[in-house]
Design a binder for this molecule. Structure first.
Ligand SMILES: [Zn+2]
Length: 159
């Protein structure tokens, strides 16, 4: 007598639990059928569906007119002095080191807006203090503006 009561009560509790499980899992993830009697199922975080986002159209990678390697970071590139096409900043620096016959005590600095400067450091260990020996106008502003506005145009098409 008492045994059957025990059993029925236990069954009731189980049914109640099961119901709660069902409502939980259906709220979390409607597509996956709930696995009953697996307590770990509840602990797991709901799966995040990552929507398929098409890859953004690739920017055409320009090739450096001096070394022939692709220019990955156009923001740091300079326009070549003769052709106006983008070239690596380092390639310009290397070229100028030789072309401008920089003396041993002199250094080459980029001072912005397409210009370099040959400088002499008062104290080679202190790069803040230097005297500009001469300036080198590297890129004309028109040449620079041309392919830079192309990039800007491309970006505005994408975004
Ligand atoms: Zn290069």
């Amino acid at each position: 007598m008492s045994d059957t009561n025990e059993n029925s009560r236990r069954r009731d509790r189980r049914r109640r639990n099961r119901n709660r499980d069902n409502s939980n899992t259906s709220r979390q993830n409607a597509t996956q059928p709930a696995k009953r009697g697996n307590p770990q199922q509840k602990e797991r975080a709901p799966r995040v569906q990552v929507p398929d986002i098409p890859a953004p159209p690739k920017m055409p990678t320009p090739v450096c007119a001096r070394c022939g390697e692709p220019i990955q970071d156009l923001a740091t590139a300079l326009a070549d002095k003769s052709t106006g096409t983008p070239v690596h900043f380092d390639c310009v620096l290397k070229f100028l080191q030789e072309a401008e016959s920089i003396n041993e005590n002199e250094s080459l600095l980029y001072i912005g807006q397409g210009r370099f400067a040959v400088v002499v450091y008062e104290d080679p260990s202190d790069k803040r203090k230097f005297t500009i020996v001469r300036q080198i106008e590297w890129e004309g502003r028109e040449a620079r503006a041309e392919w830079r506005s192309e990039i800007a145009g491309h970006y505005s098409q994408v975004h």
